[in-house]
Design a protein around this ligand. Structure first.
Ligand SMILES: [Zn+2]
Length: 674
């Protein structure tokens, strides 16, 4: 695949610095880094996740179907639980269905490369057949009862055991030296908390885990995987193994990528948009947007592949979710700078063809407009922090999306160390508490909105904390409708959860009405009292501005979608934005709009994803929209709607420009520039 290098005359860093390339053939002067196809080339990925019985598949037919789809990257089974090539490494077994003399992986790889299709080899190191366990029992996961975890005859290896740490590098070295793969992907990287049937596995009690955990924390392994120390321990264990594998891949196969579901040491961070019949509602319709944005925002130098899983849940691997859901996920991937990526179990000859038919339309779009989907960076000026509290985070994620406030996401605070990045944000939103680092950020001139019932650190002390109060079903009285104009038609918001009690304010914005009698109607609020306990604080803090909502408004919005909560969130955000909104529009709230940059091409892309076909657990084709006007805080002279294939009139002066999108189906991208 070395011949591909001439396709990437520029080498881009999504952190915002375009580095002029590299390639001697292109006349460059720097050749230190191998090309990164996963960042620099358009990717359309299909994963055919093979049961071992598929070792006899027709590789010509498969590659023809992949090429016709049209995909240009194939994620294909290589080794681990089952090798699809005649491996010669011990404790690694070719598929029992692989015909004698056949090298399925090698055959698929050669035929794919001949067609210009990249191949990522799939490994799963989390389980092995019984003979490995019999020979090396110390390498394996042990439950609380000391027994190994066996699933369909396979034994779970422990991330801290010898299989992952000593033997896997031998398996991978063979794979990497024998095959010119474009990358290796690892399924199930680390010790899962539950098996495929959903049965909890508990913390591993193997000798290696006992020794490592004891040495680090000075206590025995905990009883639950939710233990904070154990979770940190497991995450670090995965990172240690990832470091070894990354080094191996980059040394033995320069230019190949390391892909798995963790941030550390990977080249491509993997995610899945999937469903489960046991997952609690509400359904999360922004799954793909969230997955891609969260990792792109957290690790701007890496690619993010969000796999769209076709199946309903594990017991129904060959039955697909609704076709509009497949398309929505793929459009969301694109709108946030990720590639389309679709997974089927088996080959592309499916009994339920709905997922492939649905996904093909997005792949065709991508193939016809590759240039629009390479090197994208978020141009958003609001940063949402993703923490442990998923409900609070999702509430804010959805609110910002519905408000058409462009935002990016970070799972950490490393961006604080990059002054360029820290200054690029008009506002940082912390949905469930804030640490001292953010206090220092505010004092240096940053703007922060934080919420949640955990007391703020001293660095963010804008009110005196009286105490943390247990969950209460009370209300908040709205005092200042001038400052909270969205609440003009209500004096009350509801509280259902804990809160931090702060000392009273001179000029209250919201005050607590504690729980009072609610039945029978004759007794409703007969005992009601009003308090001076504040439900919102706004303050300047040295050079910065901060807003604190001392209760979980994001989590409540996620669960109940109260317009009162939305109005509060909206007004506080608007209060804090120093330059007003980056984007103003009359688009329906179910139209997701992202603003992305292509720095190398000196242009901005405004993506529209129409979510109006979603209702409860159902997905239908979205309702067509008309005449969506968008005003951007940007100067440009041209706007072109790519799906409509129409130039749009640009109006406005000063620092703002406006265009109107005449029609929106499922997706649109408007390219703006000069
Ligand atoms: Zn272990």
């Amino acid at each position: 695949m070395e011949g591909r290098a001439d396709m990437t005359p520029l080498h881009f860093r999504p952190s915002g610095i375009a580095v002029v390339a590299v390639l001697a053939a292109a006349g460059g002067t720097r050749a230190a880094e191998p090309p990164r196809w996963w960042l620099d080339e358009p990717v359309r990925l299909i994963q055919t996740n093979l049961p071992e019985t598929f070792s006899t598949l027709d590789s010509d037919r498969l590659l023809q179907e992949v090429a016709d789809f049209p995909a240009n990257t194939l994620l294909f089974n290589m080794g681990g639980i089952v090798a699809q090539y005649p491996t010669r490494v011990g404790f690694h077994y070719p598929s029992p269905y692989l015909p004698p003399g056949r090298d399925l992986f090698g055959e698929v790889l050669a035929k794919a490369h001949a067609r210009g299709i990249r191949v990522v080899g799939r490994f799963d190191l989390s389980k092995t057949p019984k003979p490995v366990f019999d020979a090396r029992p110390g390498w394996f996961f042990r439950g609380a009862n000391g027994e190994p975890a066996i699933y369909n005859g396979l034994y779970s290896a422990c991330i801290n055991g010898g299989y992952y740490r000593e033997h896997a590098p031998k398996i991978l070295a063979e794979a990497l030296t024998r095959y010119p793969v474009d990358g290796l992907f690892f399924n199930m990287f680390g010790n899962p908390s539950a098996d495929y049937s959903g049965r909890p596995m508990g913390p591993c009690q193997c000798g290696a885990c006992k020794a490592r955990f004891g040495a680090r924390f000075g206590r025995p392994l905990p009883a639950t995987v939710q233990d904070v120390d154990y979770r940190a321990f497991m995450a670090d264990s995965a990172r240690e193994v990832a470091a070894t594998i990354a080094e191996l891949i980059h040394r033995l196969r320069p230019g190949a990528a390391f892909l798995t579901y963790i941030d550390a040491h990977t080249d491509v961070i993997m995610h899945e948009s999937n469903t489960s019949v046991t997952r609690p509602l509400p359904l999360w319709p922004y799954s793909a947007s969230d997955n891609v944005e969260r990792s792109r925002g957290s690790e701007p130098g890496k690619a993010v592949f969000n796999l769209c899983m076709s199946f309903v849940d594990f017991p129904w691997r060959f039955v697909t979710v609704p076709p509009p859901e497949i398309r929505l996920r793929l459009w969301q991937n694109l709108a946030h700078g990720g590639p389309p990526a679709l997974v089927v179990v088996g080959t592309m000859d499916q009994e339920d063809r709905q997922s492939l038919i649905a996904g093909r339309s997005v792949f065709r779009w991508h193939a016809a407009h590759e240039d629009l989907h390479v090197g994208l960076q978020s141009a958003a000026r609001v940063l949402l922090l993703a923490g442990e509290d998923t409900a609070a985070y999702r509430g804010w994620f959805r609110l910002l999306t519905e408000e058409h406030i462009p935002f990016t996401v970070s799972t950490h605070l490393k961006w604080l160390e990059d002054p360029t990045r820290a200054q690029a944000y008009d506002l940082v939103i912390a949905p469930s508490g804030a640490g001292p680092e953010l206090g220092r950020y505010v004092r240096a001139g940053g703007r922060l909105l934080f919420a949640g019932a955990s007391p703020p650190p001293a660095e963010l002390a804008i009110g005196r904390v009286v105490g943390v109060r247990p969950p209460a079903q009370g209300s908040w009285r709205v005092h200042d409708h001038g400052l909270l104009p969205s609440l003009r038609d209500t004096n009350l918001l509801f509280l259902d959860g804990p809160y931090v009690e702060l000392a009273p304010l001179k000029q209250p914005l919201l005050t607590l009405i504690p729980p009072a009698m609610f039945g029978p109607p004759e007794k409703v609020w007969v005992d009601k009292v009003e308090t001076t306990v504040p439900g919102l604080l706004l303050a300047g803090l040295e050079a910065g501005q901060v807003a604190y909502v001392p209760w979980d408004v994001g989590g409540l919005y996620h669960r109940h979608s109260s317009h009162g909560h939305a109005g509060l969130m909206r007004d506080v955000v608007d209060r804090l934005l120093p330059r007003g909104r980056q984007l103003k529009t009359d688009a329906h709230r179910l139209v997701e709009i992202t603003v992305m940059r292509q720095p190398d091409r000196h242009r901005t892309l405004v993506h529209f994803v129409n979510l109006s076909g979603h209702s409860d657990t159902a997905y239908f084709d979205p309702v067509p929209m008309r005449d969506i006007t968008v005003e951007l805080a940007a100067t440009f002279t041209r706007a072109r709607a790519t799906v409509l294939d129409e130039d749009l009139a640009v109006t406005g002066e000063g620092r703002h420009r406006t265009f109107t999108l005449p029609r929106l189906g499922a997706y649109e991208v408007v390219v703006i520039g000069d």
